[in-house]
Ligand binder design. Sequence first.
Ligand code: NAD
Length: 484
Amino acid sequence: MTQTLNHFIEGAHTEASDGGRLRLVSPIDEQACGSAASGTAEDVDRAVTAAHAQLEGGAWSRLDGSQRARLLLRLADLVERDTALLADMDAHAIGRSPMEPRMMDVPNAVANLRAAAGWTNQLEGRTVPTAGYMGTPTLSYTLREPVGVVAAIVPWNSPLMITVWKLAGLLAAGCTVVVKPAEETPHSALRLAQLAQEAGFPDGVINVVTGFGDVVGRALCEHPLVAKISFTGSPEAGRAIQRIAAPLFKRVTLELGGKSPQIVFDDASFEGALRGCALGLFVNQGQVCAAGSRILVQRSLAQPFAQALADAARAITVGDPRQPGVQMGPVAKKAQFERVNRYIQTGLDEGAQLLAGGVSRPEKGWFVQPTIFAGATNRMTIAREEIFGPVGTVIPFDTEDEAVALANDSAYGLAATVWTGQLARAHRVAARLKAGAVGVNCWSPLDANLPWGGLKTSGIGREGGLPGALAYTEEKVVTVLLPG
Ligand code: NAD
């Protein structure tokens, strides 16, 4: 089915100011499957102006926390109602199995919206004891105010869920937004904005401008009325955004990539660790920021564990994810296909032992084989750089100290998993890992009330939970002189 998609600005579907179109291509058969408006700086200006007007005396600015909560709950119900539609939109756009977003992404998005309804009335200020002003007593208190218009820039791998992570916090805080979906996945963000209109959000609170990162994304970052940029994507684009934002003093949250370790100790449940590592490697074709792609295994287990993972990789049925029985679709785009294959070739060139998969030959659709390397070291390129595909690298270790040192020896610090049967070891190791989130005997648990974000090259700031909403506020101080 081909679709013609346009921006959603101030409650209306709108073409690009210059009529430009962005072609959408199915990763399953490489056929054109529609187009979206290719936004311009003028489109961005219209969207930001609409969002700003809602903050400056518009209907949105007059709603209290309870009224915002009611809208968020209505939106959650509508997203839940449209679970299959939204999941299928995201899945088809990137060739993912629709069951995954139906079971994970959309329920997570609904949970975030419902949780956000509870944050709207918790954005409290403080009364602060002070020394007074020139000998006269004072009363000082703080107010939490929305930071302003937010630019929400989103990647293609989990489009709806990541868009909602941003919207939940910023709407709870009373901000307005212009969403810039990834080039490949404009569908669900546009549908979400329409659902928000149906829920009763005033037009202009949630706007969506589709198009290219270096045009729409850049114009959003540069726009003087955008107060905060909430970005999820690659470190390269994150750096470009930082460079734009720094001289303009814009607030920035960056959720970037990862090279997350899964540490398997010899006291862990072999089966449990195997299932968890396979999930962390192969869900969404490995195109997950928290993908557990560095598998550190205690030496006595390393060989059998790597073999079992390779068996699991070979057992995966790769093909058109719309067909019954198919477990893994193609990667999202040609550039991804080339990138993943390039890394697999580098792994071979650097001497890692290939146990399953390998370089995939181009055919119709961007299908890559689930791949497992063993006998690798943490210095190899495949252990250091984010592949963003279904490729796992097994690295042996001897002691707990060595496992922690290897896990932390990375430019990234997004997530980590510890597989162990020892309670004390679990807490000990979790405390020493340099990562934004550590799962013990479970890979990448996500919850609407937990903060999410990384260290080092994995980014700056946190989304999720009440602190995620507070990050969309400014704390203003009011001091009142109290003469006797
Ligand atoms: P990307 O950086 O290429 O694109 C992300 C978004 O940024 C897109 O909407 C794109 O159009 C826009 N963009 C690109 N260049 C820009 C620029 N110069 N200025 C403004 N906007 C720009 O990333 P991608 O390929 O879509 O996503 C994959 C990356 O995202 C991986 O590195 C992955 O780990 C990361 N990611 C991180 C998280 C997280 O929570 N930490 C979640 C999902 C994905």
